[in-house]
Structure formats: structure tokens, C-alpha cells
Design a protein around this ligand. Structure first.
Ligand code: KIV
Ligand code: NA
Length: 251
């Protein structure tokens, strides 16, 4: 089983392989993961999109994250499991501490993830880490800020944005993060950030140079009706397979 010491030390170049993280939202899938070589399991607030049919992650609550995280942790006792702190639950250091402790303690996951690297978020990460709650960072496209960022697009294309992201990555490492998700960060910048950090970067839509990769499992399996986003090449089409099975059964 992975732990924060092993994860912190994981760099693709020396490990000779990619750190693999996939999302999970239910007990049975977690049981399946528990029998595989998968490194990290994430209960993403993407549960709002793919399980609850929401347009974005903003309406996902701490209670929802607790329910899904409990189920996943129960199914994957041997995996290092990470849960997202949802929108609005870490708007201040104090609320983030209170909500972070609740989610961590009630779900039994090994770590939390939160979006952004503003000063209050770095402070919160420092405090959570000090009381024994490991934190994974998340910068670039941060879906909880979709309205503020002005949609979904690649970050780090111009000089100002590049500098900002590099600074954020270094600040998150200094605050105590054991790894950082880079979502839709320009490929060459992802490479530079990965080189600049001692802790592993985990990319999504950010090219091949990050230490790890994360995908939403529903995209990877084409579990939904809609085609998955372009950067994800599905390894099957579960939607069509399940639809055919049900149709055959109904006959
Ligand atoms: O919620 C989620 O699934 C995530 C990953 C895509 C990084 O945050
Ligand atoms: Na998320």
C-alpha cells in the first residue's frame, strides 16, 4: 500500500513508470480497484457531474462527499484514497479546518484534495498537514472556479499565467502538499513544474510529462451517453455494452 512518504518520493524519471490515479464513487468499483495495481483512488467532486447529473461541481456538498467517500473507502481498504473538499467548504482557514476534519474523520480516507493556491488555501494546507491530514493540491483549470475562470480551457499559455502557475506549484509544495494535480496546464509548463518540484505532479489534460496521470473513470470507460473529453481515449464503451445487454434482456 502506498503512503505519503512513498508518494512524496515518486518521480516518474526515477520510478520508470507513471503514478496512476483514477476516480471512484461507489463501493463495488472500489472493491474492483482494490484488487488491481492502481496507485491512488480519488473520490472527486466530479461525482456531481457523472453520478448526480449536475452541470458543474459547485452544488456538491460536504455531506455528499462524505457519503460517497465512506462507500469508496469501505470497498478499497488497501488503497491510498483521497477525497475532494467541495466548493465553499474551505472559503476560510477556519471553515476549511472544520470541514476538512469532518470529511477526513467520518469517511476514513487517507488524504484530502482542494483546489487553488491563494494565501488562505496555503495556510489551510499547512494547518491540515500539521494536524495529520495530508493534502493534495490542484491548480490550472479548477472546476469549482469555472465561473470565475471564465470556462474550461488550457492554462499557462502566456507568460503571466505561466509565472502564476509555477509560483502556485512551489507555494503548494512549501505549504506541505504531498502531490499536486495539474489540470489543463500547458504541456511544456507541466514539464517545467514537474522538474521544479520534489513532490509528484499528477496531470489531467496536461500532456505526458507529469509524474502521474488522473482520469475520471466514467470517461475512461465511456460509461456515459456523451463522448468523453478529447484528451481521454476511452478503453471501451460501457454505455453501449450495458445498453445492448439491457435491450437483449428486455427481449
Ligand atoms: O473531481 C475530479 O474528478 C478531479 C480530478 C479530475 C482531478 O478533481
Ligand atoms: Na475535483
Amino acid at each position: 500500500k502506498l503512503d505519503t512518504r512513498k508518494i512524496r518520493a515518486f518521480k516518474k524519471e526515477t520510478a520508470g513508470r507513471t503514478l496512476q490515479m483514477l476516480t471512484c464513487y461507489d463501493f463495488q468499483m472500489a472493491q474492483l480497484y482494490n484488487e488491481t495495481e492502481l496507485d491512488l483512488v480519488l473520490i472527486g467532486d466530479s461525482v456531481g457531474n457523472v453520478v448526480l447529473g449536475m452541470d458543474h461541481t459547485i452544488k456538491v456538498s460536504l455531506e455528499m462527499m462524505t457519503i460517497f467517500s465512506k462507500a469508496v473507502k469501505k470497498g478499497a481498504p488497501d488503497k491510498f484514497v483521497i477525497a475532494d473538499l467541495p466548493f465553499g467548504t474551505y472559503a476560510t482557514v477556519e471553515s476549511g479546518l472544520e470541514n476538512g476534519i469532518k470529511l477526513f474523520q467520518q469517511s476514513g480516507v487517507e488524504a484530502l484534495k482542494l483546489e487553488g493556491a491563494y494565501p488562505h488555501e496555503c495556510k489551510l494546507i499547512e494547518r491540515l498537514t500539521q494536524i495529520g491530514i495530508p493534502v493534495m493540491g490542484h491548480i490550472g483549470l479548477t472546476p469549482q472556479s469555472v465561473h470565475e475562470q471564465g470556462g474550461y480551457y488550457t492554462h499557462g499559455k502566456d507568460e503571466a499565467s505561466k509565472n502564476k502557475l509555477m509560483k502556485e506549484a512551489l507555494a503548494l509544495e512549501a505549504a506541505g502538499c504531498f502531490s499536486i494535480v495539474l489540470e489543463f496546464v500547458e504541456e511544456n509548463l507541466s514539464k517545467e513544474i514537474t522538474k521544479a518540484l520534489k513532490i509528484p505532479t499528477i496531470g489531467i489534460g496536461s500532456g505526458q510529462h507529469t509524474d502521474g496521470q488522473v482520469l475520471v473513470i466514467n470517461d475512461l470507460l465511456h460509461n456515459g451517453k456523451k463522448d468523453p473529453p478529447k484528451f481521454c481515449k476511452p478503453i471501451g464503451n460501457l454505455y453501449e455494452i450495458k445498453k445492448k445487454l439491457i435491450e437483449d434482456y428486455l427481449k
